[in-house]
Design a protein around this ligand. Structure first.
Ligand SMILES: [Cu+2]
Length: 127
């Protein structure tokens, strides 16, 4: 088990390296219903854009428990998952009906200042 985890970690490192250039803008996604995997220990996307009424499926995809919580306290995956500990395969779909720009973070691996496991969700008003 231990060596297997190590191999997975090495492969992950290679894949990350292959992606190259951490310009900061290559981790963004846009859509009406977006899935964001919560890895160990980072979000798949750090900038997410959805229209008003759009959804985000916050999906556990690591060995550690994760969650996504708005820094301003306006929403949390706990609202629908009823726990802050989402493990691999645990899904929490949230619908956003208030436009705004929300800093979000994982309470275990980030903070409300946007450090560590964190990102920005932008809910855009329709035209
Ligand atoms: Cu986390």
């Amino acid at each position: 088990m231990k060596s297997r985890a190590l191999v997975a970690a090495v492969i992950g490192g290679v894949l990350l390296g292959a992606c190259g250039g951490s310009s900061g803008s290559d981790e963004s996604v846009e859509g009406e219903s977006v899935t964001v995997e919560m890895y160990d220990n980072r979000f798949q996307y750090t900038e997410i854009r959805i229209p008003l009424g759009g959804t985000v499926d916050w999906l556990g995809s690591g060995r550690n428990p994760h969650n996504s919580v708005a820094a301003d306290g306006s929403w949390s995956t706990e609202d629908v998952f009823e726990s802050l500990e989402q493990l691999e395969g645990d899904s929490a779909v949230l619908r956003y009906d208030d436009a705004g720009e929300y800093v979000f973070f994982c309470t275990f691996h980030g903070n409300a200042q946007g450090d560590g496991m964190a990102g920005v969700l932008i809910v855009e008003e329709g035209g």
